[in-house]
Design a protein around this ligand. Structure first.
Ligand code: GDD
Ligand code: MG
Length: 351
């Protein structure tokens, strides 16, 4: 059986002030009618797959459960983390729970906050990834890089895998390189961006965690063993889960394992990491503007304007992001959209 597991623990700080700790971007309808997690769950319902397992923060349990009900989906389980510990402990939880009855179960781990424009291409890539995972690989999705982005993992492709058509060994995996290194990877031409989706056998992931990040499994095993199970909810034991190190699966396992594989694919992927990436994928008018809500513009170009509860007007500006919500207004240069995170950090510091 394939267990799709959806990770919904991020807070989407670069999409402030729409995305908030209490309502992060994956629970918002940023692109399309449905929220990003609803879109994700619909996309991963492939033949042979169990109903998805969702892993989210305890604070979001009702929102997540409600959003699943809204689309008529009964998840296999909603696993509740007492606190965020990043994606390596979450991947360990996924492998332990999916592997409970069948140690060789296939886990397909997905972020909850990405846009995939070409679903048939996505499903074809997923089928290849499942084959490669059955053969004992931890499989990533490799996307053609278009800029020396520093927020992604970079994957160097190695030899073709005999067991799965369209899949390759990974020669090197490098998480979030600096911009000079990223530019060199792109110039070399044999690198892909890591799409942040991973397909693996539960037993293989547990072995690799044990080997490369031995601090993670013991507390996570305890947290799962002592979890409180209440209907669909699996509430991890806080004391033990809190002992797990805070580290992503990319650093903990993917950079180190020699069992990584990659399926290169072109699936219309966008990780909607910032206002500028959302601007890119939303329909723009002739002047290159994306205007949402009560907005009037004159002589304005290449801007993203979103206005709730108030009228926002723009005159003679170019390349701006203006987000007006009921309690906060963001004005930013679209070229600095990544730095919105700095505002959230400052607000946190202020308390
Ligand atoms: N359950 C849970 N718990 N989910 C989490 C946690 C956590 O503590 N932390 C993050 N997530 C979820 C996020 O909501 C997101 O869906 C996914 O896991 C990935 O986390 P990010 O924090 O968004 O990772 P990233 O964007 O910095 O990097 C990853 O994704 C890139 C592609 O978007 C890496 O895998 C990179 O290599 C990759 O290129
Ligand atoms: Mg991300």
């Amino acid at each position: 059986t394939i267990y799709p597991v959806i990770l919904s623990g991020g807070s989407g700080t670069r999409l402030w002030p729409l995305s908030r700790g209490s309502l992060p971007k994956q629970l918002l309808p940023l692109h399309g009618e449905r929220t990003m997690i609803q879109e994700t769950v619909a996309r991963v319902g492939v033949p042979g797959a169990a109903s998805p397992i969702l892993i989210c923060n305890d604070d979001h349990r009702f929102l997540v459960a409600e959003q699943m009900q809204e689309i008529g989906l009964a998840p296999s389980a909603i696993v509740l983390e007492p606190m965020g510990r990043n994606t390596a402990p979450a991947a360990a939880v996924a492998a332990l729970i999916a592997g409970e009855n069948d140690p060789q179960a296939i886990v397909a781990l997905f972020p909850s906050d990405h846009v995939v424009g070409d679903e048939p291409a996505f499903r074809a890539a997923l089928a290849k990834a499942v084959k490669a995972a059955e053969a004992g690989n931890i499989v990533t999705f490799g996307l053609e890089p278009t800029a020396p982005e520093t927020g992604y993992g970079y994957i160097e492709r190695g030899d073709a895998l005999a067991e799965a058509e369209g899949a390759y060994k990974v020669r090197a995996f490098r998480e979030k390189p600096d911009v000079i290194t990223a530019a060199r990877y792109i110039a070399e031409g044999s690198y892909f961006w890591n799409g942040g989706m991973f397909v693996f056998r539960a037993d293989v992931m547990l072995e690799e965690l044990e080997k490369h990040a031995p601090d993670i499994l013991p507390p996570v095993r305890e947290a799962v063993a002592k979890a409180v199970r209440d209907l669909d909810f699996i509430r991890l034991d806080a004391e033990n889960f809190g002992k797990a190190p805070n580290i992503s699966i990319d650093y903990a396992v993917m950079e180190k394992t020699d069992r990584a594989a990659v399926v290169p694919c072109s699936i219309g992927w966008n990780d909607v990491g910032s206002w500028s990436s959302l601007w890119e994928i939303r329909p723009q008018d002739e002047a290159g503007n994306v205007l949402q809500g009560d907005v009037v513009v004159h002589d304005t170009r290449n801007s993203f304007v979103h206005s709730e509860k108030t009228l926002t007007a723009m005159v003679g500006v170019d390349n701006l992001v203006v987000i007006a919500t009921k309690d906060a207004v963001l004005v930013a240069d679209k070229g600095h959209a990544q730095d919105v995170k700095a505002i959230v950090d400052k607000l946190k510091a202020k308390g």
